[in-house]
Ligand binder design. Sequence first.
Ligand code: 4AD
Ligand code: MG
Length: 445
Amino acid sequence: MGKLDELLLESPSKISKRITRISELKDYDGKDVFIRGWVYRQRAGSSLSFVIVRDGTGVVQCAVKKQEVAEETWKMANDVFLESVVYAYGTVAKDERAPDGYELRAKELMVVFKGEAFPISKDQSTEFLLDVRHLWVRSQPILNVLRFKAYIMKAAREFLDDRGFLEVQPPMLTSSAAEGGATVFEVKYFDKVAYLSQTAQLYSEALIHGYPLVYAFAPSFRAEPSRTPRHLTEFWQLEPEMAFYDQDMNMSLQGELVEYICHYAAKKHPDLLKKYGRDPKDLLDISAPFKSITYEKAIAELNRKGLHLKWGDGIGLDEEKVLVREMTQPIFLVNQPKEMRAFYMKINPDDPRTVLDGDLLAPEGIGEIIGGSERVSDYKELVARLHESGLKEKDYSWYIELRKYGSVQHSGFGMGSERLVRWLLKLDTIRDAIPFPRTMNRLEP
Ligand code: 4AD
Ligand code: MG
């Protein structure tokens, strides 16, 4: 009986304890170990074949020599499909040519699930890869993005937790459209209509009156008809909301958070960044506080760059791109005209045509990654802003009521996690920053 036959007679928990993770093989140089995983690649030869195995922690090549293994092992090594499930037993050995510097010189190999020929091979179209996303999520490029996103969101939570923030859970089923009716998804809610949450903000504004510093990290839904590399219909937003904060304090906090995440990524995960063509130094150079440009100055600047904009025109994706094309630091776009902005944004006392808002635009042509503002905390001003925006008081009655009891100056922001990942990893499209992207024309898989 071979070593693998013996191993596989054990209980699943005992087997798991005896398996070495691929990422830890470097600690076992010269030793015999068991590994398991999925076949990532296979190269068959006449006397030496390679079965490249991935287990989620890493990828390793198992060298199988015809002379040195049982006939059955040799046959299995040459007959496997990509994604077959295999166990291997062998000696860990340094090898300069191996992807991570080590290989496994196999003594035994066993295919425990062969399956069918895997439909994904090299050079397939983007559309096809989106169709088979449920299989493509096993790929290293996607796995590494997911890893990166988990790391930086952990860093973001760490940053906020250290500053005394409380993580809270907003509802996803809501009674009104917080960010405008045009992009809200309606869902049947018994005999009523509910809306999928576009933002946690309004609920967080209620919660700061119990605890002054809160944040939510939750999905946001937008019926966004745009087919752009930066729009999803479902994305994850990190939204801090702070009592006793004015808009300057709000923007300072955003700067510190973004700097913290950039430095964290550069210091802790430089190799991952390099895999996506991002020089960690770019991120170490990100340094808060970030500059601001008012809407008025931005319009003038864009016109100097050849655009033809007048007061009241929107600064959208194309304009943002032009504005930040040559920048290396993020910049806040502030004080946009109130007609273009949400009803909850406080009027700018220095120029009542505008509001106390700030969109943080990432450099390199990326554009908006954060939207934030100081909120209207006065009851009468809020009602007036609602009317001006053509909204009905009755749809926001609970939200308005917050201004009747212990209302305080407060501010907050929302950072799109996929937009952030797209910027930091230089991804062509935001779709690759989330495992199962939802867009106007994609709901499956
Ligand atoms: O600018 P937005 O719409 O702001 C809000 O939702 C505020 N209520 C946030 C707050 O103050 N708490 O969205 C905030 C951020 C954007 O800057 C962007 O990063 C991201 O969410 N975002 C999207 N990401 C992907 N796809 C979309 N369709 C997005 N819309 C916004
Ligand atoms: Mg915005």
